[in-house]
Design a protein around this ligand. Structure first.
Ligand SMILES: Nc1ncnc2c1ncn2[C@@H]1O[C@H](COP(=O)(O)OP(=O)(O)OP(=O)(O)O)[C@@H](O)[C@H]1O
Ligand SMILES: [Mg+2]
Length: 350
């Protein structure tokens, strides 16, 4: 007979495949309503992110389990939601300056020009489109890309004497050094000042509560990721590379740094794959396998990405049905899932 208890016993057999745990044990099943003598059933399944790539599979598994165990159910009103958990709230270097942000995602790669900024912007808008509250911070203080990538040049408003309001662009809170100084001006910041700039961008910008803050990093070995990892609880870093050996070598050099900072590697993205160019042999896929981290995406050389960038509109927004936008959405889902997986692995066993 269908009761809340018998339903939970049946759903206990359904697992979140990414997390390898029963959806009941993870507390995902909520708001059970049984009506009409068991003919009508309604409940909610709260996933660990609205950007869950396995949403459809979990829904199908739930529906199959209910249909098999309770054939009397004629209508099943199943609502899938996502509630993102916060990662570790303690920042390794001391104070977490953005406690209202549940997960900070770094986009790095090492090499210049591999597509970090393009991907950071598109992944942020993809997460937002999938239902996650997202914000975007351009920490390339030497050559900020965001004003150009979003087509916004105006100065952000001040709040009081010391606080800066993020610039909201298509529903997403964004901030960049390019909003504060003339982007055509060459910016030379020395090491000690960089740490101060990073903490100001975290503390003095009035960020709202968010599930994810995507951070675009400058190329090369700067003090920026170090300062960032010290002042927030980074959920993880995504490394972007191209198939070229020079880029892969740089990417390879980033891992020891993030290992040392205890920032988890969420995965690798291989960008700008041009089939006409001979492959170096060792691709990002092989590197991901060697490191035991997910290979999140292979993105072809796609002129649309550059065209959108020049128009100041992220591709996932401007061309949502284009195959490249689909790949970017899947990449965002896999990245979000990886954060949930890392959190699950770090959580004390229940
Ligand atoms: N998959 C792609 N196909 C075609 N063009 C791309 C692709 N990805 C990025 N680009 C283009 O490559 C150029 C460099 O990209 P982007 O600025 O995102 O790289 P970056 O790694 O952030 O560079 P930097 O290290 O200078 O910050 C841009 O003109 C962008 O439009
Ligand atoms: Mg960039």
């Amino acid at each position: 007979m269908l009761t809340s208890e018998s339903l939970l016993a049946v759903l206990d057999e359904v697992q979140d495949p990414d997390l390898g745990q029963s959806i009941v044990k993870m507390g995902m099943i909520q708001h059970i309503r049984i009506e009409d003598g068991g003919k009508k059933l309604a409940f909610t399944c709260e996933l660990t992110t609205p950007a869950c790539p396995l949403k459809d599979k979990i829904e199908a598994d739930i529906r199959a389990a209910v249909a098999k165990a309770f054939p009397e159910v004629q209508t099943l009103d199943l609502v899938l939601t996502g509630k993102v958990k916060a990662g570790a709230m303690a920042a390794p270097g001391g104070e977490n300056l953005v406690p209202q942000i549940k997960n900070v995602i770094l986009v790095d790669g090492g090499k210049g020009g591999v597509g970090k900024s393009t991907l950071a912007v598109n992944l942020a808008y993809a997460l937002q489109a999938l239902g996650a509250r997202t914000a975007l911070l351009d920490l390339d203080v030497f050559a900020p890309a965001l004003p150009s990538l979003l087509g916004r040049q105006e100065r952000p408003k001040l709040q009081g004497q010391e606080k800066i309001q993020p610039l909201v662009h298509n529903g997403l809170e964004t901030m960049s050094m390019g909003y504060l100084v003339d982007p055509r001006q060459a910016m030379i910041w020395r090491g000690p000042i960089l740490g101060g700039i990073v903490s100001q961008f975290l503390r003095d910008v009035v960020w709202s509560e968010a599930d994810y803050l995507v951070v675009d990093l400058p190329p090369g070995n700067t003090d920026i990721p170090l300062a960032l990892a010290q002042h927030c609880a980074a959920a993880g870093v995504v490394l972007v590379t191209t198939p070229q050996r020079l880029s892969l070598d740089e990417t390879r050099r980033r891992k020891p740094f993030y290992d040392q900072m205890r920032v988890p590697l969420l995965g690798l993205i291989e960008n700008r794959i041009d089939l006409r160019t001979p492959h170096s042999g060792l691709g990002a896929g092989a590197l991901a396998e060697e490191w035991g981290v997910p290979f999140l995406a292979e993105l072809p050389f796609a002129p649309e990405l550059a065209v959108c960038a020049d128009r100041g509109a992220p591709c996932v927004e401007a061309m949502p049905d284009h195959p490249i936008a689909r790949i970017l959405r899947t990449t965002a889902e896999r990245m979000a899932a990886q954060i949930s997986i890392q959190q699950q692995a770090a959580a004390p066993a229940t």
